[in-house]
Design a protein around this ligand. Structure first.
Ligand code: MRU
Length: 342
């Protein structure tokens, strides 16, 4: 495969490397992800993360394995192992469905390579289209609040919600971005803060529980988040803490927008209750770990509840900003997402 580089994926001499998102921002280290075992390990550890990126990394690896001479049967097993690596973000399943179609073509090696490269190129275009559609909703002087990380690190392009914010900033519309640190894994504090800094977008980092008082003081004009899965009724699974922001935004009369590519849609999933939610290790809540080391503050035997995502009901969402444009609550009530193919 040709040499390829995105913010957090790299293909060089038929090997896949990922930018370790657990080591950022202190360390910028590229890790080998050229086997199913290695990539699944990186996905489990969130060294590769973000709904679009998970799907793209798995697709690239399959293409590389095909080029390395793996048989169709071996690739089919690899595909299913990768599909099971994280359960909530549907982009992984949608991307791998496309790769599976390529796998069943007679000349499957070039078909898989072409499909993986197409998915990367498409994702860049989807991000650009989302950024354009979303920034039309941003009013001059906006103070925006965002959660988790939805930027170039999480996609092949400029990102989803963060792409909107960056594009709006380029148009001079953003006066400040409130960045939720996003416990437990701190994607906001580590990754979004870093990306916004690199882009020169003014931001202030807050702990998640500060959003309510900022909204009460009238310091937030809109909330922008990404999505891991959008159900047919418009319910959205996203990083834990998203739902509480949506409730707060509704109470304070602040628009709450979800930005995502169509690869995040799951028309076969009727509503949020049917979205599988990943449960994660207790150690993520009892302490924190990164390139800075690991600390634990909770008692050794503390019992922990740690769902990685929550579901925001459609009724709390002011607009779903897709690559195809802004979908309104009225359109969603009229069944817009039902039957929309990814
Ligand atoms: O557990 P993560 O870090 O993979 O969760 C990421 C999110 O929830 C993002 O908001 C979502 O994947 C959209 S990324 C463009």
């Amino acid at each position: 495969m040709q040499t390829l580089q995105t913010t957090s994926l790299r293909v060089v001499k038929n090997q896949l490397f990922i930018l370790d998102q657990q080591a950022l921002p202190q360390e910028k280290s590229w890790l080998d992800a050229s086997s199913v075992e290695a990539l699944v390990g990186h996905i489990h550890a969130l060294r590769v993360r973000g709904a679009p990126l998970i799907g793209l990394s798995a697709s690239l690896l399959l293409a590389l394995l095909a080029e390395r001479g793996n048989s169709r049967d071996e690739l089919a097993v690899a595909l299913e192992t990768l599909r099971a690596s994280r359960p909530t973000a549907v982009n992984l399943m949608n991307n791998l469905d496309r790769m599976k179609q390529a796998l069943w073509q007679e000349d499957f090696v070039p078909a898989l390579v072409a499909e993986a490269l197409r998915l990367i190129e498409e994702d860049k275009q989807l991000c650009d289209a989302i950024a354009k559609a979303g920034s039309a909703l941003v009013k001059p002087g906006s103070r925006l609040l965002t959660h988790c990380n939805t930027g170039g690190l999480a996609t092949a392009g400029v990102g989803t919600a963060l792409g909107v914010i960056a594009h709006a900033h380029q148009q001079g519309l953003v006066s400040n971005v409130w960045v939720d640190e996003t416990r437990p894994l701190l994607q906001g504090g580590r990754l979004t803060a870093w990306e916004l800094g690199e882009l020169g977008v003014p931001y202030q980092l807050i702990v998640d529980s500060m959003a309510a008082s900022l909204m009460a003081k009238g310091e937030v004009d809109a909330v922008w988040v990404g999505a891991d899965r959008i159900a047919a009724n418009g319910d959205v699974a996203n990083k834990i803490g998203t739902y509480s922001l949506a409730v707060l935004a509704k109470f304070h009369g602040i628009p709450f927008y979800v930005a995502a590519p169509h690869t995040t849609l799951d028309p076969d999933c009727p509503n949020g209750e049917a979205i599988p939610i990943e449960q994660r290790a207790a150690s993520e809540v009892t302490g924190v770990a990164g390139s800075f080391g690991a600390v634990q503050w909770a008692p050794e035997k503390a019992r922990v509840y740690n769902p990685a995502f929550d579901v925001t009901p459609a009724a709390l969402i002011a607009g779903w900003v897709l690559d195809t444009g802004v979908v309104t609550p009225e359109a969603v009530s009229n069944g817009f997402f039902r039957g929309s193919a990814a």
